[in-house]
Ligand binder design. Structure first.
Ligand SMILES: Nc1nc2c(ncn2[C@@H]2O[C@H](COP(=O)(O)OP(=O)(O)OP(=O)(O)O)[C@@H](O)[C@H]2O)c(=O)[nH]1
Ligand SMILES: [Mg+2]
Length: 441
């Protein structure tokens, strides 16, 4: 069950892309959505269909029918071409659909034209994903980020929404100077975007402080990343004994959780679970969630969870690697965790792949298989990255000592006559810079 609209930080109501309806007996009726697929490759059909159906389900809708157009060059006016749009209109009328979802990103003009032809509400993939996020965001940070993404999505589309309206309003008595509704609306949205960015900046400062306070503690940070529904939260719960929500629906997790994990031999590390990625994750969503996702850039290790029971796992790996790169986290080492081995079609093949592929393990987060191997690998990777050094740094290079705080953990610092004595556990990159001053024992 879901509310039909949501209150934003400013107290305004943002109408969601999908809406809730009530029947005569006041029961909630799921909105009937008609889906339009535009992927070019027919091998991808079943996967893209299942994925969009999952998104519709997560948004609280119900699929009532679908159409497909292999678009090699999209048309500027309607994306799929006006002939196809008319076909969709007929199907939509016959099925009494409440809205049409296009599995792509549409421009404002395309949405307006398609709505005119189809005579029903048109939603694109970005809007659908934003809708799910709007519903799931619980923390203030999450809500601010979703609201920023929604307004950013709307700003360039305001124009086309009003063009028709403005045309109707023109004429005698409407000419002359003065601000049009469109201009004032755009100004309002721009102001709101600027305010949201400022608020997010403040939340980000808070996050930086949190991160720094974690840095003061001598434990590395390991972040779980992966495609949505890969099993990240299941793994988090198993490793950190948390109770993060696990759900087969996409985007069950939105807000990050971080916990300290204890290994039997006394070794400890911070583990974070985060929002999942998806193919064609709207860039504006990545931009809005940058403050949260930036945590990945500061992690000592990423656990990339891959659902090997999904026939399209390789495509999912590609989408995740691309998102990690877009976020600028390409320097962070990655341990690939082939998950759901219990449900894989060919378990032997997965095990072989894990043994051949460096820095990878095969596990089942559900039944615990392979967890010892995973813990041992995490430990060796993280301790490789953080090495202990002892150095005497001349006062003229004091900034290297300060940098040691950013690149690891300072165990001891003493001001001696010959220089600053430093004992620290730091990352390899910084160890190199301290090489000339190392104390050999
Ligand atoms: N068979 C099997 N199912 C698993 C395994 N790990 C997770 N699942 C199931 O996969 C679904 C998604 O799991 P989650 O842990 O919520 O996945 P997530 O990656 O956190 O997903 P989002 O937060 O939505 O991005 C749930 O139905 C889990 O029970 C596994 O090892 N084997
Ligand atoms: Mg999750």
């Amino acid at each position: 069950m879901r509310p039909c609209d949501t209150l934003t930080e400013s107290g305004e109501r943002l109408v969601l892309a999908t809406q809730e309806k009530r029947s005569h007996s006041n029961e909630i009726v799921k909105e009937r959505l008609f889906l339009v697929f535009v992927n070019q490759e027919s091998e991808e059909d079943s996967y893209v269909e299942a994925e969009l159906e999952g998104l519709v389900d997560a948004a609280g809708g119900e699929v009532c029918g679908m159409a497909r157009q292999r678009v090699d060059h999209k048309t500027k006016a309607t994306y799929v071409g006006s002939g196809k749009a008319i076909e969709i209109k007929e199907a939509v009328a016959e099925l009494a659909a409440d809205a049409v979802v296009f599995d792509c990103e549409l421009s404002g003009i395309q949405i307006r034209n398609l709505e005119e032809i189809i005579e029903q509400r048109v939603i694109d993939r970005t809007q659908l994903i934003l809708d799910i996020f709007a519903n799931r965001a619980k923390t203030r940070e999450g809500q601010l980020q979703v609201e920023l993404a929604q307004y950013t999505y709307r700003l360039p589309r305001l124009m086309s929404v009003y063009t028709k309206f403005e045309r109707q309003r023109g004429g005698i008595g409407m000419r002359g100077p003065g601000e049009t509704k469109l201009e004032s609306d755009r100004r309002m949205v721009r102001d709101r975007i600027a305010k949201l960015k400022r608020d997010i900046e403040m939340v980000k400062q808070h996050r930086t402080l949190q991160r720094e306070s974690r840095r003061d503690q001598p434990y590395p940070t390991v972040a779980i990343v992966g495609y949505t529904s890969a099993g990240k939260s299941t793994l988090m719960n198993r490793m950190a004994e948390t109770e993060v929500l696990v759900d087969a629906m996409p985007f069950a997790t939105l807000d990050p959780t971080t916990r300290l994990v204890d290994l039997p031999d006394g070794y400890r590390f911070f583990l974070s679970d985060t929002v999942g990625f998806i193919r064609n994750l709207p860039t504006l969503l990545v931009a809005a969630f940058r403050a949260t996702l930036e945590e990945l850039v500061y992690a000592d290790l990423l656990l990339h969870v891959v659902d090997v029971s999904n026939p399209e796992w390789e495509m999912q790996v590609e989408a995740v690697v691309k998102t990690i790169d877009d976020l600028g986290a390409f320097n962070v080492p990655v341990l690939t965790v082939f998950n759901k081995i219990d449900a894989a079609v060919d378990q032997t093949a997965v095990r072989r792949m894990a043994s051949e592929h460096p820095d990878s393990v095969a596990i089942s987060a559900l039944n615990g298989e392979g967890m010892d191997d995973l813990f041992a690998t995490i430990k060796s990777l993280v301790s490789d990255r953080l090495g202990i050094i002892k150095a005497i740094v001349p006062y003229t290079d004091a900034q290297l000592v300060e940098r040691a705080y950013d690149y690891g953990r300072v165990l001891k610092k003493e001001y001696r006559d010959e220089g600053i004595y430093l004992e620290a556990e730091i990352v390899a990159e910084h160890r190199g810079k301290l090489e000339p001053f190392l104390v050999k024992e």
